[in-house]
Design a protein around this ligand. Structure first.
Ligand code: C2E
Ligand code: MG
Ligand code: MG
Ligand code: MG
Length: 292
């Protein structure tokens, strides 16, 4: 009867929740150990200028090699890291590891393009970020432009005045700022021009849609136009096919990142490409006119 059905449904739900929170606790405990045990590592994905295929940037992405479960992707463990505050020590580690890698690349292969690091909302709002970034740069003897900070619209929107203050402090040290997953968050056209940013990253969902019949290119086209009128450079994420790249080229999108050219790979795997194809001194924050 209905009562039993209700009770069973309830039991089912609690059992499910129990399993899920147990799994979460396991993940949390394992994540706490992951840092000490050096199970976290970074992979790097190049960004290419569409006009000449030169590497004009690199994005660092976090990975977790769990001793039993194997490779765990950030979308699986970052939510737990954020809920538990573990994102703070993890974020600190990422920041220093990226800066150390930039220093090694600069010394070994003369890399002179910025390397981007993702920063979560909690890290950004913590108030310590500009000081931590400055310290990581100093520790590794880096100039500000060598590091690009990626944040999402959602991170900035909560408290716009303090977001602007944090961005200004980062820019003060010379860092570049990229707005990640652009177009998926809150529509921020009203105050976008108030944020001291350098780059828009078109979310990969829009790039994926480029190929779907009828979806069209209206959003990437609009973002490229927005970037041009605000003097921001525009990079397309998640480019997987030559057809997508061709469309982006026709839209005069400046650069792209995606499996078409390279998956995120270990630092040493990227070195031959960086040594050969990286643009020199590509740290200008403004779009250079595209070669036609
Ligand atoms: P994101 O910053 O937007 O990074 C782009 C994601 O797209 C990465 O997923 C990348 O591996 C993936 N990607 C790149 N090219 C392609 C492609 O051609 N096709 C497809 N399907 N995917 C592509 P990943 O590495 O799993 O990272 C997911 C998200 O986790 C990132 O999204 C970022 O928000 C977050 N994240 C990654 N590393 C860090 C980190 O060190 N700190 C923080 N706070 N967040 C991070
Ligand atoms: Mg990113
Ligand atoms: Mg993104
Ligand atoms: Mg993302």
């Amino acid at each position: 009867n209905a009562k039993d059905a209700g009770r069973n449904a309830y039991r089912f739900v609690t059992r499910e929740m129990g399993a899920r929170s147990r799994e979460r606790l396991d993940l949390e405990a394992a994540l706490r150990r992951a840092l000490q045990n050096r199970e976290l590592f970074l992979v790097y994905q190049p960004q290419l200028r569409i006009s000449d295929d030169l590497v004009v940037g690199v994005e660092a992405l976090l990975r977790w090699r769990h001793p039993e479960a194997g490779l765990i992707m950030p979308n699986r463990f970052l939510p737990v890291a954020e809920e538990t505050g573990l994102i703070q020590p993890i974020g600190d580690w990422v920041l220093d590891e990226v800066c150390a890698q930039i220093g090694r690349w600069r010394d070994q292969i003369g890399l002179a393009v910025p390397v981007a690091v993702n920063v979560s909302a909690q890290q950004f709002r913590d108030g310590q970020l500009p000081a931590k970034v400055a310290a990581a740069l100093d520790r590794n003897g880096l100039q500000g432009w060598e590091l690009e900070i990626e944040v999402t619209e959602g991170t900035l929107i909560d408290d716009i005045p303090s977001a602007i203050a944090t961005l200004r402090a980062l820019k003060q040290r010379g860092c570049l700022i990229a707005l990640d997953d652009f177009g998926t968050g809150y529509s921020s056209l009203n105050y976008l021009h108030r944020f001291p940013i350098d780059k828009l990253k078109i979310d990969r969902s829009f790039i994926h849609d480029l190929e779907q019949d009828g979806a069209g290119d209206s959003i990437p086209r609009a973002i490229v136009g927005l970037g041009r009128s605000l003097g921001l450079s525009v990079v397309a994420e998640g480019v997987e096919t030559e057809a997508q790249l061709q469309l982006l080229r026709s839209l005069k999108c400046e650069s792209f990142q995606g499996y078409l050219f390279s998956r995120p790979v270990l630092a040493e795997e990227l070195e031959p490409i960086l040594a050969l194809r990286a643009a020199r001194g590509h740290h200008a924050s403004k779009v250079e006119p595209m070669a036609r």
